[in-house]
Design a protein around this ligand. Structure first.
Ligand SMILES: NC(=O)C1=CN([C@@H]2O[C@H](COP(=O)(O)OP(=O)(O)OC[C@H]3O[C@@H](n4cnc5c(N)ncnc54)[C@H](OP(=O)(O)O)[C@@H]3O)[C@@H](O)[C@H]2O)C=CC1
Ligand SMILES: Nc1nc(=O)c2c([nH]1)NC[C@@H]1CN(c3ccc(C(=O)N[C@@H](CCC(=O)O)C(=O)O)cc3)C=[N+]21
Length: 281
């Protein structure tokens, strides 16, 4: 079975639209700031789809595309301008950043209440402790897909491949909250196949084309493929879809899977940022 993202995104958009209509009637337009530094292909792709999706849902978008040679100060200036602009409710700094930009230092300059991709240490702490804050959008997209297609998680063996702060680690915590037994694998994992072979559910967030093949998976496994990779000019996932298809019970396609839900999760988080600001004042 193919776990298509569009059905999940549409279901979430329908709920969000009702809330946005109420804002529109008050003449309130929420602005999203997208910060793209350099020319990473996956980041450019996301910026493009995010801008399109946000505008079609009625948000305003301020896209700042800086060259790969931009200095730390130039990039911080954009963040600080958005921090001070009331109509900007959410800021999305796209990763990866060029090497001269200290990613962690940059993120901490972002106002936590506008950090809608849950990157700041304040949001990581709040979300992990179950005290509000924003979870990053991609882990939320993985969970939304599993929920939409009624895939049970309690007591299941889940293997997450990749331990980044934006995907692997937070998705592991969200799965744990749903009572799955979670194993996190990474580049130093001794025997990836041994872990994958006993996984009921696999979340692949590596960033390498076809690093997981059908012969590494358990029969009937559910596979959520987060990877966005370029292979001979084609966008493919971390999982070799063709060889996995005859083994798995269900799998997300790339494109058309997790990525198409991530954009909708970001819109939900902007609305949450608006709501939080207006409940507080
Ligand atoms: N669909 C969507 O919405 C999104 C897609 N993406 C895509 O997901 C992918 C992952 O992104 P991100 O988490 O930011 O990437 P990172 O590069 O930050 O992390 C990759 C992780 O994969 C691990 N890894 C690398 N090689 C192997 C290997 N051979 N076997 C096992 N683990 C390995 C790394 O291990 P170690 O820690 O040891 O280095 C690391 O933990 C990318 O393709 C990205 O474009 C990202 C965000 C959203
Ligand atoms: N702070 C941060 N957060 C991220 O979540 C993040 C990031 N930085 N940097 C780059 C990666 C990559 N990424 C994508 C998300 C959606 C699509 C997307 O919408 N893809 C469509 C493509 C559709 C098509 O090609 O037609 C799909 O998968 O269906 C692509 C790529 C988010 N990332």
């Amino acid at each position: 079975m193919e776990l298509r993202g569009k059905a999940v995104a549409d279901a979430h958009k329908a709920v969000l639209n009702e809330r946005l209509v109420a804002l529109e009637s008050k003449g309130i337009v929420l602005t999203l700031g997208i910060l793209l530094v350099g020319d990473d292909k996956a980041a450019q792709m996301y910026a493009h789809f995010m801008e399109k999706t946000a505008k079609s849902a009625g948000f305003a978008v301020d896209l700042a595309h800086l060259p790969a040679s931009a200095s730390f100060d130039e990039v911080v200036q954009v963040i600080e301008r958005w921090n001070k602009t009331d109509t900007v409710y959410g800021v999305l700094p796209l990763m990866p950043m060029p090497p001269q930009i200290d990613r962690d230092a940059l993120i901490e300059r972002l106002a936590p209440e506008k950090d809608i991709d849950g990157l700041t240490s304040k949001n990581i702490g709040l979300a992990s402790a179950g005290k509000g804050g924003f979870w990053p959008c991609t882990p939320r997209a993985c969970m939304a897909i599993l929920e939409h297609y009624h895939i049970p998680l309690a007591g299941k063996e889940v293997v997450v491949v990749g331990r980044s702060q934006v995907v692997g680690k937070p998705v592991a915590l969200l799965l744990l909250e749903k009572h799955a037994t979670v194993t996190l694998c990474h580049s130093k994992t001794a025997d990836l196949t041994a872990h994958l072979k006993r996984a009921d559910i696999v979340i692949a967030a590596v960033g390498r084309a076809h690093v997981i093949t059908g012969d590494m998976l358990k029969k009937g496994a559910v596979v959520i493929d987060v990877g966005i990779n370029d292979l001979d000019g084609k966008t493919v996932g971390d999982v070799d879809y063709e060889s996995a298809l005859s083994v798995v019970g269900a799998i997300t396609p790339v494109p058309g899977g997790v990525g198409s839900v991530t954009t909708t999760m970001l819109l939900e988080n902007i609305y949450e940022a608006y709501h939080a600001r207006n409940v507080d004042c």
